[in-house]
Design a protein around this ligand. Structure first.
Ligand code: SAM
Length: 246
């Protein structure tokens, strides 16, 4: 049995998403490694390489939307120089709490702001960030176009947006394997590690329902982003989209 997401109103969707992440926050990083077989690490590394934070003291303010436990913020701070500042932004206080512990433990407390809120309505003035990222977050946001509009609004002219997200597998054999994996293995792992498979079944659904790469690119252009491009990773299991505010 699936959650039947098509029938769930947008407000209910957010409520359910919040329950899922509240429930798994303390085990989120472990689940991520198990479910992606560690692949999410390679995809995140590729994102940081593209983001290319300055190694100098030049100011570089990153907003990581749906930043959860802080992977992207931490990696950006580690890769860049003293001018890098990260705002870890998420709707879920349980995920942010783990993020705060991790960034403090890594010694970056001074250069991280933790802000709770909704990606659909960012509590920041226009043109506040050199870069905005959202990794495995957009598919959870009920009004995706609003989240993209907002990302564009808070970027400085010349700033860059990245979305890393699961995508459409475009290889026939991998496709079958991936289907089996998503519908059998992932809920099973969820049951074992988090005690409940149902939330993971929901996450698999949300991946199926996410727009294919060209459609997402079109939504980014609609949000006013320029030079939009994307790169598929691992046969299309994930994709990295990029757009500029010019
Ligand atoms: N970016 C992190 C990473 O790559 O590991 C976390 C990704 S996690 C799969 C998705 C995150 O999206 C959760 O922390 C969840 O709370 C957050 N989220 C869901 N809906 C949101 C919304 N409307 N606004 C902001 N964050 C949201």
């Amino acid at each position: 049995t699936h959650f039947g997401f098509e029938d769930v109103a947008l407000g209910d969707k957010q409520g359910r998403v919040n329950e899922v992440f509240h429930g798994v926050a303390s085990r989120y990083d472990l689940m991520n490694d198990l479910m992606s077989g560690g692949l999410h690490r390679a995809w995140k590394s590729a994102l940081i390489t593209e983001l290319n934070p300055p190694r100098s003291a030049r100011r570089f303010r990153l907003l990581d939307v749906a930043g959860g436990t802080g992977d992207i913020a931490l990696r950006t701070l580690k890769a860049g120089g003293q001018g890098v500042h990260a705002t870890l932004f998420d709707i879920n206080p349980s995920m942010l709490e783990v993020g705060r512990q991790r960034t403090d433990a890594a010694g970056f407390g001074q250069r991280v702001d933790i802000v709770e809120g909704n990606a659909e309505e960012l509590p920041f003035p226009d043109a506040s960030f050199e870069a905005v990222t959202i990794a495995f977050g957009l598919r959870n946001v009920p009004r995706m176009q609003s989240a993209l509009d907002e990302a564009r609004r808070v970027l400085v002219p010349g700033g860059r947006f990245f979305c890393l997200e699961f995508s459409k597998v475009d290889m026939p054999v991998l496709n079958r394997v991936y289907d089996l994996y998503s519908f059998k293995v992932i809920p099973g792992l969820g049951r074992m590690v988090a005690g409940d498979g149902e939330p993971y079944r929901y996450l698999v659904e949300s991946i199926r329902r996410f727009p294919p790469p060209e459609e997402l690119a079109q939504m980014m252009r609609r949000a006013g982003m320029s030079r939009v491009s994307y790169t598929p990773f691992t046969g299309g299991i994930a994709a990295l989209h990029s757009g500029w505010r010019l």
